[in-house]
Design a protein around this ligand. Structure first.
Ligand code: GLU
Length: 383
């Protein structure tokens, strides 16, 4: 059964990205951080984690906090001013989050990313590994764009899309965008009394996109347009998106107990399937691994590919790239993300796993292609 309410999605989620907009973090009256609100959200997140759900927190607010700290007005900021203010504000922001989570015994791991870290394959893999490792350690990744080094041409500028890319990076099943808007409306609710709130969006159609251009958040950089772009990115990765208001204390608890209003965007597929589609759809695998009959039979049964079954390696590739897997001299059977470079594989092909550290001189990963990173593409003849 597909969960079709925000409450059900959040209650069932295994890995959630929570994005908090600047408008929620900074008090518009005095420009100060809303510390009691942050403490309440920390408790909200701790409750989610206690349900066995992994959480990544994407927090905006560095520029707004830095501006307040240095008593500089919002209008007419040059890029270098905003970058310097982000550097100042980020320290305070992360400190305030750390203080909010400390009483709950939750350790934060701050990662500041630029567009390059998500668009360049190698950097994507490195960032992805860091995030996954933080989650495995039980820490809470705290993410923001590295505004101080991101230039005007190469920056996200809004954390909605950055958060959606984080969802892809860690294979999250839910992205929650908290801001001062409680979802998508058919028209502008502040000027049109007939505006209807949309609780469920099954597909982002052109009509839905047209609705997005009407609601604009006050303090943040995104507005509804970037939220919709984020929902689209997340949907292609098999991740649902909730747009909800975070203005009241403990907004996640409000969503779970169904007292909070939200718009839920459904994905068409599951995250694991999205990953496999992406692997299968790679236009140009970077190399070919030829495997023996035993390994081909094992792949057909859903096993990982081990070095022992590897007969030949061709192509130039690094760890983390997609390769084609074939029978010796035969057709393609599968594609997968390889755990070793071509050079390493040439040294370890045919070896049993326990021999690998001896040959490479370092502790190695067990599978050449792990089954989670492998998709069968052949037309039979695995035996
Ligand atoms: N990265 C920006 C900051 O921390 C915020 C971007 C956004 O508002 O989405 O100030």
């Amino acid at each position: 059964m597909v969960s079709v309410s925000g409450m059900e999605r959040l209650a069932a989620a295994k890995c959630v990205i929570i994005k908090v907009g600047s408008s929620l973090l900074v008090d518009p009256q005095n420009g100060q951080l809303r510390l009691s609100w942050m403490a309440a959200l920390a408790t909200d997140i701790a409750d989610l984690r206690a349900r066995g759900c992994q959480v990544v927190l994407v927090s905006s607010g560095a520029v707004a906090v830095g501006r307040n700290q240095m008593q500089i007005k919002a209008s007419g900021l040059r890029l270098e001013d905003a970058q310097a203010l982000a550097a100042i504000g980020q320290v305070r922001l992360a400190g305030a989050w750390a203080n909010s989570f400390a009483p709950l015994g939750i350790e934060l791991g701050q990662v500041l990313l630029t567009l390059d870290d998500t668009e360049n394959r190698r950097r994507w893999l490195n960032s992805s590994l860091t995030l996954r490792t933080l989650l495995q350690m039980g820490a809470l990744p705290l993410i923001n764009e590295n505004d101080s080094v991101a230039s005007d041409e190469i920056r996200y500028g809004d954390n909605d899309r950055l958060a959606a890319r984080m969802a892809q990076m860690v294979g999250a099943d839910l992205l929650v965008l908290l801001s001062d808007v409680d979802g998508l409306y058919s028209a502008d609710p502040s000027s049109d009394p007939d505006a209807v709130h949309m609780p469920l969006i099954e597909r982002i159609s052109p009509q839905i996109e047209a609705m997005a251009s009407i609601a604009v958040s006050t303090t943040g950089s995104g507005g509804m347009t970037t939220k919709l772009m984020a929902a689209r990115i997340a949907a292609t990765a098999g991740c649902a998106t909730i747009i909800a208001s975070g203005t009241q204390n403990a907004p996640l608890d409000a969503l779970i107990s169904e007292t909070g209003k939200c718009s839920l965007f459904l994905p068409d597929i599951k995250p694991a399937q999205a990953r496999k589609n992406w692997i299968a759809g790679t236009v140009q695998p970077r190399g070919t691994l030829e495997i023996d009959t035993g390994a081909a039979q094992a792949l057909a049964k859903g096993a990982s590919l081990l070095a022992a079954g590897l007969a030949a390696v061709s192509g130039t590739f690094e760890r983390g790239e997609v390769v084609s897997i074939c029978r010796v001299g035969g057709d393609e059977l599968a594609r997968g993300i390889v755990s070793y470079s071509a050079g390493e594989l040439q040294k370890i092909q045919g070896l049993r796993s326990e021999k690998i550290p001896e040959v490479l001189g370092y502790e190695a990963r067990k599978a050449v292609v792990h089954r989670d990173n492998l998709v069968l593409t052949g037309r039979g003849n695995y035996g």
